[in-house]
Unconditional design. Structure first.
Length: 316
C-alpha cells in the first residue's frame, strides 16, 4: 500500500535518479587517483558502518536465527553478485565514459526480468517485450559509431563495455537472490550482510596508502561516493511508500539522461575536467530509446505483494 502522495513520491524518485546519475561522474574522476578495488572497499566500509549503525539504532540488526534460516547458496549468490557489481562497474568505468557505462548498465533490469521469466516462471506482458526490443535497438543505435571498436577484442573500449555487460548480469543475479532472501530478512538487512562480507572479500586487493594521496576535491568525491548509494537507497525506499513501484522505476529510467546532462554542464563549466561524449544523431536517438525501453518495461510490471518492487534499486 502507498500513501497516495504521488508528488512526494515523484520528487524522491527524481532525487534518487539524480544521485545515481551523477555518481559515475564522481567515480570516474576518483579513478584517476585510486584503483577500482580500493574505491569500492572504502564504499563498502562506509556503507556497512552507516547502515549497521542505523539498523542498530532501530533494533533491526539481522539475528543469528535469521542467518541460520537463510538459504546459504542463495545468500552467497547475493553477496558475490552485488560485490561483483560494485567492483566490475568501476573496472569497466575506468575504460569507458560515464555516459556509455550508464547506457550499458540499463541491461541489468532486463536481465532481472529475463531471470524471473526463466527461474520463477514469471510472465512478460506485451509492453515489457516491446520495452526490451526498444532498449536493445537503442543500444545498437547508440553504439553505431564505435561499432568498429566493439569488434576489436583487444581494445580497452571493447573490454570496458563487455565488463559493464557482465556487471549488469551480476546485479541481476544479486537481485534475483535478494527476492528469495526477503523471506527471511528485510531488504536493508540483506544489504548489511552483503556489505560486511564484501569488506572481507575485497580487502586483499586494497591499497590503503592511496587514500593518503588524495587532495581536497578527491576526498570530497570519495565521501560523496560512499554516501551516495545509501542516501539514494533511502530516497528510493521512501518513494515506494508514497507511489507505485512501477512508476518509481519509470522515473529512475531517466538516470542515463541525467548523466549526459551533468557531464555536458561540467564540460562547459570546467572544460579541462571531463569531456562530454561526442554523439552523432543515431547515438542520440539510441540513448533516448534506451530510456523509453526501460520506462516501458518498468510500467509493464505487475504490482508485487508486500510493497516489494519488481526491481530492487540499481547500485553501482
Amino acid at each position: 500500500m502507498t500513501t497516495g502522495r504521488w508528488k512526494l513520491g515523484f520528487s524522491l524518485a527524481l532525487l534518487t535518479a539524480t544521485l545515481w546519475g551523477v555518481l559515475p561522474i564522481a567515480l570516474k574522476l576518483l579513478l584517476d587517483r585510486m584503483d577500482a578495488y580500493t574505491v569500492t572497499w572504502y564504499r563498502f566500509v562506509a556503507a556497512a558502518a552507516l547502515l549497521g549503525a542505523f539498523l542498530a539504532y532501530r533494533r533491526k540488526l539481522p539475528s543469528l536465527s535469521q542467518l541460520k534460516q537463510a538459504n546459504k547458496p542463495v545468500l552467497a549468490v547475493a553477496i558475490f553478485g552485488l560485490s561483483g557489481n560494485y567492483v566490475l562497474y568501476l573496472v569497466g568505468l575506468d575504460r569507458v565514459s560515464p555516459e556509455t557505462a550508464q547506457m550499458v548498465i540499463q541491461l541489468a533490469p532486463m536481465f532481472l526480468l529475463l531471470g524471473g521469466l526463466i527461474l520463477f516462471k514469471e510472465t512478460f506482458r506485451k509492453i515489457q517485450w516491446v520495452g526490451l526490443l526498444v532498449l536493445v535497438g537503442g543500444l545498437l543505435l547508440y553504439f553505431n559509431d564505435p561499432l568498429g571498436d566493439l569488434t576489436d577484442f583487444n581494445g580497452a573500449y571493447h573490454f570496458g563495455v563487455m565488463i559493464i555487460v557482465v556487471t549488469a548480469f551480476f546485479w541481476a543475479a544479486y537481485a534475483l537472490a535478494q527476492k528469495q532472501l526477503l523471506r527471511a530478512f528485510r531488504s536493508d538487512q540483506v544489504l548489511l550482510i552483503i556489505y560486511i562480507a564484501a569488506v572481507i572479500i575485497v580487502f586483499p586487493a586494497v591499497q590503503l596508502s592511496q587514500i593518503g594521496e588524495l587532495n581536497r576535491l578527491e576526498w570530497f568525491l570519495l565521501i560523496f561516493s560512499c554516501l551516495n548509494t545509501l542516501v539514494a537507497y533511502g530516497c528510493f525506499a521512501e518513494a515506494l511508500a508514497h507511489w507505485e513501484a512501477s512508476r518509481v522505476s519509470a522515473v529512475l529510467a531517466v538516470t542515463p539522461l541525467i548523466t549526459f546532462v551533468s557531464i555536458w554542464l561540467l564540460a562547459r563549466t570546467y572544460p579541462g575536467v571531463m569531456a562530454s561524449e561526442k554523439l552523432n544523431a543515431p547515438s542520440i536517438i539510441g540513448a533516448s530509446l534506451v530510456v523509453v525501453g526501460s520506462m516501458l518495461a518498468a510500467l509493464g510490471r505487475r504490482r508485487e505483494r508486500n510493497g516489494i518492487p519488481a526491481t530492487p534499486p540499481l547500485m553501482e
